[in-house]
Write a protein that binds this ligand. Structure first.
Ligand code: PEP
Ligand code: MG
Length: 757
């Protein structure tokens, strides 16, 4: 049985239905609307105020003096109406004049009325107007009456937007300077600076029709949308079992709980009973929840409400058929993308030239999306709370990934300071670009090698743009991470060939897939029960040797792609020499297979190992004679040396890469590699930072493979460095380590005029 509120809202909506369908002009429609509402609610006054040119203008009324229409205007925040608009919140007062914000307007004659109730008319989460009723008697309106007013306000929002009567919601947001600048902080995921307009990955669905033609049909639409949403959530939960961890799992559990929550679907059905379409009913219930959310101070509960808000949006998208993301809708020229979370493939769908930065409500340092964004050079901050409350679609956003901060609607001073820093960094970039063809030769004449880390087809362009010597680490797993299913051998081969072709004469070192650990593939179950400690788990070469079909296909793809030219292959996470032997044998088997079939082969294959597991350093005398090159992966190696999880933000700055322990360890490795005549390089992030690179060169490293944006600064540093002097100085520091290696190196660099930035 419909509730009482459904009945009263329904009465009004039935009346409104005819008005909306009529051929009357917008003003005439609003004049009728206020009459219908006043009658249905037995109110002496009913008025509609609309936001025009930033102020709230009385647009239609019964009960107030007609001379006041289009004359009475209130600023946002001024009087009761202005307060409702600014706060996007209801006011329900038995005695209006008792409210501190009450502003008396003599032209309206409202002194006759005591009680007042007003609700915002909302579009895109901003008030574009206010609907208010007043009574001569001092009485508070009951909840059902407020509910009815809010329902009517939804319908009005449609009428007003269609007629173009009020400021557009985005303009309203832009002019809503009262909310001022918002400063949001988060975790630094990818450094860099970005300026652009906010775009939500999943845009809010705009509701076209609010009044139902056929209530039964609307009920059916909601039932089937719930069915589809539940299927989606169940599928996501199923996928998560393949290794998605922690928080994500919790969110899915909450999703599931809400998706099956009878209370939620019942409230939506009640709203439909009152005469709303399925879309409007979902939105109506969402708005009600949002109001509650504002009153909740418990962060845990607020999080759960946030999940429900997310789900409402999902349900709306399903019911309205508006399923695309902002990637399909197209981006503005400069966009800062906002999402709860993104998959790497979703990120790659965006136009790279227009996407300037990303803000995530979740996210972590080693999430796939972060790895891919880093490769794309797009700054990202993560774990930012309450983004939707603080940034509206279209707001100007300044993002500083290095500082982990974003400003929405910046003040002029903040904007200018940001621009100055941005200009300085762009100027430096231009200087590096101008010097890109200068080789990395030290002042004492030693030619070092600076290569880039890459993983996507487009990264190869960076190779020439920054003037690097080649690709020192091609992370082949990126292709696997961004695919929904295991990439076929042919598509692997196409990628490798196009990378080799684009690289021209410059070498490319392909690393065989490093999956598992922090790089889980949804379609490849890493282990039956998940892993307590995936970084030290069944990953990379361990997994590849056990599941060798994958590795065989990749080996074939590499051999075929490099037919007629040289091929460099390296294996990740080699822990004992036999693992290298097995991996090499596996590639050699594929080579023999191709040779038997008289296929064209690479002219030469060089095999390398990555040193990421400390134990391997004790076996170098055994391993080195078998290697063509060695590459030190300091990202993993240092986390194992210090027993400090590389993805744990609490430990991110605890241990310094410039620690004597790390440098002594690496120096011993370099000396051994040199003694065996095996070329050695470093391909971790460490080599991309000036002082760290200086220290590495100081212990004898001659090849660095780093993130492309770091190539310019590192080459500039090398060109001011006397290698012999650096080796002598770093050597002396490691003999007797000072308290603060970083400070000692920094002072020395400054004294010797080395460009460490
Ligand atoms: C490393 O561990 O240093 C490395 C280069 O590999 P990844 O960052 O892909 O684990
Ligand atoms: Mg690694």
């Amino acid at each position: 049985m419909p509730t009482q509120s459904a009945t009263s809202a329904r009465e009004i909506l039935t009346g409104l239905h005819d008005v909306m369908a009529s051929k009357l002009g917008a003003q005439a429609k609003l004049n009728k609307v206020v009459k219908i509402i006043a009658e249905a609610m037995a109110s002496e006054v009913c008025s509609i105020y609309l936001l025009r040119d930033g102020v709230l203008e009385l647009f239609a009324t019964v009960g107030l003096k007609q001379e006041a229409v289009h004359v009475t205007k209130l600023a946002q925040g001024e009087g009761l109406v202005g307060t409702i608009a600014r706060e996007v919140a209801v006011l329900n007062l038995a005695e209006a004049a008792g409210h501190p914000e009450f502003a008396y307007r003599p032209e309206t004659g409202e002194e006759l009325f005591h009680s007042f109730a007003g609700v915002p008319i909302i579009r895109k989460e901003r008030a574009i107007g206010v609907l208010a009723v007043q009574h001569a008697d001092p009485r508070a309106y009951d909840e059902l009456e407020i509910e009815a007013l809010q329902t009517v306000a939804m319908v009005l929002s449609e009428l007003i937007a269609n007629a173009g009567l009020a400021d557009r919601a985005s303009a309203a947001a832009g002019e809503n300077r009262d909310s001022g600048m918002a400063r949001l902080t988060g975790q630094r995921l990818v450094i860099g600076m970005a300026k652009g307009h906010a775009v939500y990955h999943q845009p809010r669905v705009l509701i076209e029709h609010t009044v139902a033609e056929d209530i039964e049909a609307e009920r059916h639409r909601v039932v089937s949308a719930f069915g589809r949403m539940r299927e989606q959530i169940d599928a996501m939960t199923g996928q998560a079992e393949f290794g998605t961890v922690g928080e994500h799992q919790e969110v899915l559990e909450t999703y599931k709980m809400f998706a099956y929550d009878e209370g939620w679907s019942r409230r939506i059905n009640e709203a439909i009973d009152s005469g709303l379409t399925a879309e409007a009913a979902i939105e109506r219930v969402r708005q009600r929840m949002q109001q509650r959310m504002r009153q909740i101070s418990d962060p845990l509960l607020a999080d759960r409400m946030h999940d429900l808000d997310d789900l409402s949006n999902r349900l709306l998208r399903i019911v309205s058929g508006q399923l695309g993301t902002a990637a399909q809708a197209g981006l503005p020229q400069d966009a800062v993308l906002i999402a709860r979370n993104l998959g790497p493939a979703e990120l790659l769908e965006y136009d790279r030239r227009k996407l300037k930065g990303v803000i995530l409500e979740e996210g972590s340092l080693t999430a796939h999306v972060t790895i891919v964004a880093r490769a794309m050079g797009i700054p990202v901050i993560g774990r930012v709370r309450n983004v939707r409350q603080q940034i509206a679609e279209g707001d100007l956003v300044l993002l500083d990934g290095g500082e982990g901060v974003a400003f929405a609607r910046p003040t002029q001073a903040v904007h200018e300071a940001f621009d100055a820093r941005l200009a300085a960094s762009q100027k430096r970039r231009a200087e590096y670009a101008a010097a890109k063809d200068l080789p990395p030769v030290t002042t004492d004449g030693v030619r070092l090698s600076v290569m880039v880390n890459a993983g996507l087809r487009d990264d190869v362009a960076a190779l020439n743009a920054v003037g690097a010597d080649g690709i020192g680490l091609f992370r082949t797993e990126f292709q696997f991470l961004v695919s929904a299913t295991l990439p076929r051998r042919e598509s692997q081969q196409r990628l490798y060939r196009s990378v080799l072709e684009a690289a021209g004469d410059k070498p490319v070192i392909f690393r065989t897939v490093d999956v598992g650990g922090d790089k889980q593939l949804p379609y490849l179950r890493a282990s039956e029960n998940g892993e307590e400690n995936p970084a030290m788990g069944w990953r990379a070469l361990r997994l590849a040797l056990d599941r060798d079909t994958l590795m065989k296909a990749q080996a074939r793809a590499l051999l075929e792609a490099a037919a007629g030219r040289e091929l460099d292959v390296m294996f990740p996470m080699v822990s004992e020499p036999w693992e290298f032997d097995e991996a090499r044998a596996l590639v050699e088997q594929q080579r023999a297979w191709l040779a038997d079939r008289r296929k064209q082969l690479p002219t030469q294959i060089r095999y390398g190992a990555m040193l990421e597991v400390p134990a391997l350093a004790e076996m170098l005398d055994v391993l080195l004679p078998r290697l063509d090159f060695l590459s030190v992966g300091t990202n993993d190696l240092t986390q194992f040396l210090f027993a400090a999880d590389r993805s744990n933000p609490a430990l991110a700055e605890r241990y310094d890469w410039l620690s004597p322990a790390i440098l002594r360890f690496l120096k011993r490795v370099v000396i051994q590699a040199d003694a065996h005549g095996v070329p050695i390089g470093v391909c971790g992030e460490m080599g991309g930072r000036a002082l760290e690179a200086l220290a590495l060169i100081g212990i004898g490293v001659k090849r660095l493979s780093i993130t492309p944006v770091a190539v310019g600064p590192i080459k500039a540093m090398i060109r001011t460095l006397d290698r012999a002097a650096a080796m002598a100085f770093v050597g002396s520091l490691l003999e007797e380590p000072p308290q603060n290696m970083r400070a000692a190196l920094g002072d020395w660099a400054e004294k010797n005029g080395i460009a460490v930035g």
